[in-house]
Design a protein around this ligand. Structure first.
Ligand code: SF4
Length: 344
């Protein structure tokens, strides 16, 4: 964390930044800062600006040309009963415990807050949020997110999880973290030993491309799963990064080999500065349709659009309709099947 890359000169030790990338780093320094871990930078192709790892974290001037992007497309501020708690559903919350990540993804949904001092959570503010959870008995599932909860020290994270465990109605604690991808050495045996004292702990991480499935990342996920923590993956569908069938299939099958369940793939939001990442939903539907029947069912994540009203599953319509007592459906390879299915 201390050795993170913060400017073009440091970045040049890993890649040859194009003029456009260098100008974008300067032009965007006030709007959404640029920080990368040396580990993640080492995964970049030094010569190819189209490298899918590089595209996720190195600024582009295209970020300045997005006429429709919003700062808070999910209206999270309006869903926040206390600072950094987002409640869309009755029984679960996202608790943004800090504003720091190991690096800043250019398409981050919370770019309005990550890396911004205003959103730092002091101990007293964490306590206010804990008090709100304790006073809200419907909350059975707490997602610790941010920012990234694994940026906390083990001691601070344990303090927080222990406090949640002392609330009788909190049944599940989930961690949303990209550190297994961006700084996998953060996942230590000591961390896992601490976490497993507070089960049930679940964890979702965020791999977007097969290049990120390194031996270091596999070791981090292995330590977590051996500690009894189910590890899932949430990707974002990103143009030029993972929006083709071969890449998505390689990502999902690689995750399964690491015993990480491909869980969600999010449609990129109407978020400021991200027009160049968005893929039309119809293309996304075709992509996931093409995976069906061509890999294990549990290797296919649910494609979803997050909205201020909650997640909407985006499914290719394999069910085509009804003909009398039969329903008509399409198989994965386009053949039509009629299943007898009377209504009464
Ligand atoms: S790791 Fe997650 S929260 Fe942090 S910048 Fe990336 S997408 Fe945003």
């Amino acid at each position: 964390m201390q050795q993170r890359i913060r400017g073009p000169a440091e970045l040049a030790q890993f890649i040859r930044p194009t003029d456009e990338e260098a100008r974008a780093i300067a032009a965007l320094s006030e709007r959404f800062r640029f920080v990368i871990t040396p580990y993640y930078a080492s995964l970049m192709d030094p010569e190819d600006p189209e490298c899918p790892v590089r595209k996720q974290v190195v600024p582009r001037l295209a970020e300045l040309a997005d006429p429709v992007g919003l700062a808070d497309p999910l209206d999270e501020v309006a869903h926040s009963p206390v600072k950094n708690v987002v409640r869309v559903y009755r029984d679960r919350i996202a608790f943004c415990v800090n504003n720091e990540c190991a690096l800043y993804c250019r398409y981050c949904l919370r770019k309005r807050m990550v890396g911004d001092e205003e959103w730092t959570m002091k101990r007293a503010e964490l306590q206010i949020a804990l008090d709100w959870i304790r006073a809200t008995p419907e909350i059975r599932d707490v997602l610790l997110t941010g920012g990234d909860p694994l940026v906390f020290s083990d001691e601070r994270l344990e303090w927080l999880i222990r406090a949640l465990r002392e609330i009788p109605h909190v049944e599940i604690v989930r961690l949303g973290t990209r550190l297994p991808v961006t700084l996998p050495m953060r996942v230590t045996p000591q961390l896992c030993e601490m976490l497993q004292r507070y089960h049930p702990i679940w964890l979702n991480t965020h791999f977007n491309h097969p290049k990120e499935l390194t031996p270091e990342a596999a070791r981090a996920c292995d330590l977590l799963t051996r500690a009894g923590i189910p590890v899932g993956n949430q990707s974002v569908l990103l143009a030029g990064v993972n929006d083709d069938v071969a890449t998505m299939k390689a990502l999902c099958e690689g995750l399964v080999r690491m015993r990480v369940r491909p869980y969600y793939v999010y449609q990129a939001q109407l978020l400021e500065g991200t027009a160049h990442f968005r893929v039309p939903i119809e293309r996304g539907l075709e992509l996931f349709r093409a995976l069906r029947g061509r890999t294990s069912g549990f290797a296919i994540p649910q494609y979803v659009l997050d909205t201020p009203y909650g997640k909407v599953p985006l499914d290719y319509p394999f069910l085509k309709g009804r003909e009398g007592d039969t329903v008509v459906m399409e198989s994965f390879d386009g053949r039509i099947w009629r299943e007898l299915n009377p209504l009464d």
